[in-house]
Design a protein around this ligand. Sequence first.
Ligand SMILES: Nc1ncnc2c1ncn2[C@@H]1O[C@H](COP(=O)(O)OP(=O)(O)OP(=O)(O)O)[C@@H](O)[C@H]1O
Ligand SMILES: [Mg+2]
Length: 285
Amino acid sequence: MNNGSSFVANGTPTGRIVTDDALESAANNNAVIMRVGHISKRFNRGTDCRRALCDVSLAVAQGESVAIIGGSGSGKSTLVRILLGLDSADLGTVEYRGQVVHGRRSPGWQLLRQESGLVLQNPFASLDPRWTVARSITEPLFAAGIRDRKAMAVAAESALEQVGLEPAQFMARYPIDLSGGQAQRVAIARAMVTNPALLVADEPMSAIDVVARLQILGSFTALRHARPEMALITVSHDLGVARRLAERIVVLHEGRIVESGPTVAILEHPKHDYTKCLIDAASLE
Ligand SMILES: Nc1ncnc2c1ncn2[C@@H]1O[C@H](COP(=O)(O)OP(=O)(O)OP(=O)(O)O)[C@@H](O)[C@H]1O
Ligand SMILES: [Mg+2]
């Protein structure tokens, strides 16, 4: 298992063009871990052609927490899939730790797979109903080649504790015996059991009730304290989530980044009309 830190040199990887956005993240003096440059993506070529992303550039530094916000259909999930190498862009570049992510054979793709975790909106869709919590959480360790059962159990217990679930109560349960909030925390524990350098969460709280949302926010906050070197990208349409979790906000609208900057600056002094709309809408919730 790789904790990721051995690959990072101090400062920006050499020989790279530093975009404005990369400079923004480099402001916290950490190395850029993930960078996408001038990404464009269309679906359904021909007459029913939809542009999901247009000229999107973004860089995320080691240990940084970035929220991608935007309305339904703005391209957030498409961007996440491209960021993680799960889908390819029509145009543009994706780099992880300075290595190109382009197809499964590229070194950047393999490194990214080893070092990243993903949490999706619906935890029940991402947990196998036939597997106990213990098996779900240890499976990524098994996939990473670890066979020491005791070490796997210890790592799984520690991951559960970090998301606020008591291992003795939860390890033997099946997904059907979990509430939505508990299932999402199990999904988070599974995503971070391999100690990823990058955790990406796509709308992790939108399928969950208000009380459980607070618990999940608490789990992410605890994780960030426990693992300050881990970068976190959270996709949300909920500005409250961005306010609580992110140092920087990127606003997507119709496939373009219309605004990005420090969380407080964006929320208190939004420049773009669409961001103002999102903030006004949030105040009605
Ligand atoms: N596989 C696909 N085939 C065709 N169109 C797609 C596909 N995936 C996404 N799209 C389209 O691309 C656009 C962006 O979709 P995407 O899922 O990235 O939005 P989103 O911001 O994640 O929305 P939501 O908040 O509803 O999850 C939408 O117009 C969507 O219909
Ligand atoms: Mg989405």
